[in-house]
Design a protein around this ligand. Structure first.
Ligand SMILES: [Zn+2]
Length: 657
């Protein structure tokens, strides 16, 4: 397929696997980039693929072995019964999309629905046909399958990758099956009596292991230690990229390689600063241990990589928003003492992604704001990107029947059709550009002796509250006349756009319940924050009504002004909680509004979605890059193509390493 294929007719939705949509991502601007930038992207692309397996291993200690067994069967399927092969293929596709055996959104394990004997036979057949299997020395294919069987088949073994609120009050680390810890409980870390507790030296980039003698060991993710082989490959590709980078980007890449080499906190800080200070390069990458959602404690970083280039037209609009950051900060609807007197460095860019791996692909965010280090954000600012081609692919792959089902009226459905994609791009930009970068915490500048470190004070609540804070900033300011003044929305349509956004937000709190098929609690931070906001508004404002018709439940926005006013009041409280590190108030807010839902309502939503056969999340098939060389081996171009096939891409990527 050629990259200039007609945008209206080319395929986006490729297939649906259970509740997952598989969608092709396009990077239309790539072919027009200068050769230098294409070669730069090529090396960064390889660095992104080189670390992919790190994330699988972080998700579960057996995930890579499981993947290798599954891929062996799909590569050598000779002699495997067709029904069995179809089930193995279904499970493997979900495994690839979610980078392991856990649903990306619900954190719950999914299993292979096959007789273990049939699977054992399939693996044995693959081995006979020439497949190379993983496993321990001397292990037969049958022994290998038996060892992995509890993970493949038993939903009660290691049921959650992350469990921030275990139902039986169990320890959050013990209840989380990820590989960020081994044998460690929260009370191994917390001070008891005279013991000072355990202070990590490598909080973000290590696996914490309890040894037989009870002491704790940090296994550091760095060259020549944990994940050292993958990190060595990443560093080689980053070094290959450096000659093609701008001076500012080159400094960032050098700092990143140094951090990968030492693993030291000081080098991580140096890298974060170098990365955030590179504001104008047309190409950029994120590569490392970044987001902390997978860790129930919110400390350990999940590995991810993105490679992208700037989308100049969309970026112009976002830059106007960013330039006005001081105007917005001065009008944040919270106690003036939590407003930052100097908002600097809010850099925002609309980008097109070429590849995303690890924690950011095949399931991808639509906006990113980094670095996460609060001290660096306050001193050096942050960089914010919105993923234009991802948002476009989401929009193009969503059928309109989905919006209609949850809209109370024809008018609401029409507004959603016309504006929800536009409004959601705008609010995502406000969330990233103005939301996360805003506000300040208690410290000497506000007359407090100690500087609050919100993520330490708020612990497992931090991510949910921070996402809520950024969402509320967006919901509050999207209705501000400043949006028109900045030419971000047309005057005549502003009111309708705001209503469409508020309606979409209220609907979303219902619709997202489809993603939590079991239980009656929500774990994922972004889902929690949306429940928090909508349920708080339901209880504390007259903005939204719950209505029922024909056995169906609807959230109906009845008062736009009350919605905006309510968002402002909740925002003031969430900002206070962050600024003061008020754990108890944060916990009460989340416990009351964000965590629990009525399973009967969820069942209703699931049934409505099932009738539409709608996916609940999306995994992206990404562009494929290949160097074009002349007879002397010199790279003369980088060709981009679109595989339109998840299985082909995943098998190719696994075969590279
Ligand atoms: Zn966010």
């Amino acid at each position: 397929m050629t990259p200039d294929t007609d945008i209206e007719t080319r395929p986006y939705l490729l297939e649906q696997v259970d509740e997952a949509a598989v969608v092709q991502l396009y990077a239309d601007g790539f072919t027009a980039l200068p050769l230098n930038d294409k070669i730069l992207i090529w090396h960064l692309y390889q660095a992104a693929l080189a670390g992919r397996d790190i994330y699988y291993d972080q998700r579960h200690r057996m995930a890579l072995e499981m993947r290798a067994v599954l891929e062996a069967v799909l590569r050598y399927p000779g002699g495997v019964d067709e029904t069995a092969l179809a089930e193995i293929r279904r499970y493997t596709k979900l495994f690839w999309i979610n980078s392991g055996p856990y649903n990306n959104l619900t954190a719950r394990k999914f299993v292979l629905q096959l007789d273990p004997d049939v699977f054992r036979a399939a693996v044995a057949a693959a081995a006979l046909n020439g497949a190379r299997l993983p496993g321990r020395a001397g292990e037969t294919p049958a022994e290998l399958v038996d060892r992995l069987a509890p993970m493949f088949f038993d939903p009660s073994v290691d049921p959650f990758v992350t469990s921030k609120a275990p139902q039986d009050g169990r320890d959050i680390l013990e209840s989380s099956a990820n590989n960020l810890y081994s044998g460690v409980r929260m009370d191994d870390l917390e001070p008891i009596g005279d013991s000072a507790g355990f202070t990590e030296r490598f909080g973000l980039n290590s696996r914490l292991v309890k040894r037989d003698d009870g002491s704790l060991e940090e296994q550091v993710y760095r060259l020549e230690w944990m994940y050292g082989h993958a990190i060595a490959r990443i560093c080689r590709h980053l070094a290959d990229a450096m000659p093609y980078a701008t001076p500012a980007m080159r400094r960032a890449l050098e700092a990143l390689v140094k951090f990968y080499r030492t693993g030291e906190e000081a080098d991580r800080i140096a890298y974060d600063i170098a990365w955030v200070e590179d504001r104008d390069s047309p190409v950029d990458t994120i590569n490392g241990f970044v987001e902390v959602y997978m860790d129930a404690r919110g400390v350990k970083g999940a590995w991810e990589a993105l490679v992208y280039y700037v989308n100049p037209i969309k970026t112009a609009g976002i830059r106007r928003l960013a330039a006005a950051a001081p105007w917005f900060e001065a009008r944040m609807p919270w106690d003036p003492k939590w407003r930052r007197p100097d908002v600097r460095g809010v850099t925002a860019t609309a980008i097109d992604v070429v590849v995303e791996t690890g924690d950011s692909g095949p399931v991808t965010p639509v906006g990113i704001n980094l670095p996460n280090d609060q001290a660096i954000r306050e001193e050096h600012g942050s960089k914010s990107v919105s993923l234009s081609n991802v948002a476009e692919a989401y929009d193009k792959s969503t059928p309109s029947s989905f919006r209609k089902e949850f809209a109370w009226s024809e008018e609401e459905a029409g507004r959603a059709e016309r504006w929800s994609s536009f409004a959601s791009e705008l609010t995502t930009n406000i969330h990233e550009v103005l939301g996360h970068g805003s506000g300040r915490v208690a410290g000497p500048a506000t007359g407090h002796a100690e500087t609050v470190q919100p993520h330490l004070a708020l612990k497992e609540l931090y991510s949910t509250l921070e996402e809520a804070r950024a969402d509320l900033v967006a919901l509050y300011f999207v209705a501000d006349p400043k949006m028109v003044e900045l030419e971000l929305v047309p005057t005549a349509d502003h009111a309708e756009i705001v209503l469409a956004e508020y309606e979409a937000y209220a609907r979303n709190a219902l619709v997202q319940l489809r993603r939590v098929r079991e239980g009656s609690t929500i774990e994922e931070d972004h889902m929690r924050n949306r429940q928090l906001i909508v349920h708080w508004l339901l209880a504390n404002s007259g903005a939204i009504e719950i209505r029922r018709r024909d056995g169906k439940t609807y959230h109906v926005v009845v008062d736009v002004d009350a919605f905006r006013d309510g968002a402002a009041r909740l925002l003031a409280e969430v900002q206070r909680i962050k600024s003061e590190g008020d754990y108890e108030a944060g916990r009460a807010l989340i416990e009351t509004y964000a965590v629990h839902f009525d399973p009967a309502l969820r069942d209703e939503i699931v049934e409505r979605v099932a009738k539409l056969n709608m996916p609940s999340y999306t995994g992206f098939v990404q562009p494929k890059l290949e160097p074009v060389r002349d007879t002397s081996g010199e790279i003369v171009d980088i060709a981009i193509s679109y595989p339109l096939d998840l299985e082909a891409q995943m098998l190719e990527w696994s075969g590279r390493a």
